[in-house]
Write a new protein. Structure first.
Length: 360
């Protein structure tokens, strides 16, 4: 586990202490003077003054404390396509927030300066769950996302923020790696409108060696999201030489069709050198095309290619007749034939899975 500091916590991070909340997913281990965090499969056992692998859940004064509650380090207004979600209110804008912290340590992380940071070392803003609603209304956004880092590790803030948003009639979006235990995930999914869950590879060795995690809990989270009625899309960040094998993509797509359904959108995202993998090149366009073909060949009806400007695979097409239904340039929607909640191809009548009301 990670010691908080060599100086007393109250001296090191007084602003964080003002905002701590008791961690709701924990059990005490009196015989060992430890607390076990039960939020994710890592089950960190923390001695006094230690924090878990996520860096923001701390054993403090005999309790597990979440030290970034109400303290986002990133607050932005994004297009919904940036999450990425292509079948959920296309063209809409979404208030997007994150605190520091993540329970995985992916060597290729695209947001590592936030996800792998100690919360006391980066700038934080004060934004309570009620204030999130006020900010969304001020920006005229009908949607709120917890994203960028890992919303599961700041579980209490995400949960309360989503509850406040839903009570105000605001849609909620969870962008996550899905590395959590079933009980807290189920509680969070109950107030989640849509989620994008990363599937980083389809082999356990990759998760262990590259992400410091395991595959099975992520697959369970994907199935649970569907069971809970949350609109689900999946992202696979394609890292050259590490998870770019078409045969592995075929196995993953076959599993998705069998367990999630053929209509679940898959986003193949181009890798850019970041964090500990700056030695690798950006993902070649040919690699993305081969994985796209592999996924479609196994029956997935909506496969997108992201982070490639001008790609034809950023548009939503009818899987039956090929009609362009939602056209995009980057994150911007330029034409939408599915607006107004129609949800079917105007050319052939094929139902198109998604939530097609125009976002705001």
């Amino acid at each position: 586990m990670i010691p908080i500091s060599t100086v007393p916590l109250a001296e090191a991070v007084p602003s964080l202490l003002d905002w701590t909340r008791e961690g709701r997913v924990a059990s005490h281990m009196p015989s060992r003077h430890r607390i076990r965090c039960e939020l994710c499969p890592k089950l960190c056992e923390l001695a006094p003054g230690e924090r878990g692998e996520c860096r923001i859940r701390v054993h403090l004064d005999g309790e597990l404390r979440a030290v970034t509650y109400g303290l986002p380090s990133a607050v932005h207004l994004d297009p919904i396509e940036k999450k990425p979600l292509n079948h959920f209110h296309p063209g809409g804008t979404i208030l997007s927030l994150a605190t520091a912290g993540c329970n995985l340590h992916c060597r290729f992380c695209q947001n590592w300066s936030l996800s792998q940071a100690d919360p006391e070392t980066i700038d934080n803003s004060a934004l309570s769950p009620a204030a999130i609603v006020d900010e969304a209304r001020r920006l005229d956004s009908r949607m709120v996302a917890f994203t960028y880092a890992e919303p599961l590790v700041f579980f209490e803030y995400t949960l309360d923020g989503f509850r406040a948003a839903r009570q105000a009639g605001i849609e909620t979006v969870l962008v996550t790696a899905g590395y959590g235990n079933a009980a807290p995930l189920r509680e969070l999914f109950a107030v989640t409108s849509a989620t994008n869950i990363d599937l980083k590879a389809f082999n356990d060795r990759f998760y262990r060696e590259v992400c410091d995690g395991t595959l099975a809990p992520v697959l369970d989270a994907l199935v649970l999201a569907r069971e809970c009625g949350v609109w689900l899309e999946v992202t696979w960040l394609v890292v050259p030489t590490l998870n770019d094998d078409p045969a592995e993509m075929q196995r993953a797509a076959r599993w998705m069709v069998a367990h999630l359904g053929a209509d679940v959108p898959l986003h193949l995202s181009r890798f850019h050198p970041q964090h500990k993998l700056t030695n690798l090149p950006p993902t070649p366009a040919g690699t993305l095309a081969r994985l796209r073909d592999a996924a479609r060949g196994e029956g997935l009806r909506y496969v997108y290619v992201g982070n490639v400007l001008g790609s034809e695979d950023q548009h939503t097409r009818c899987p039956r007749c090929g009609e362009r239904l939602v056209e995009r340039v980057g994150y911007r929607v330029t034409n939408n034939l599915l607006g107004g909640g129609r949800g079917a191809c105007p050319r052939c009548g094929e139902p198109i899975a998604g939530v097609w009301e125009v976002g705001a």
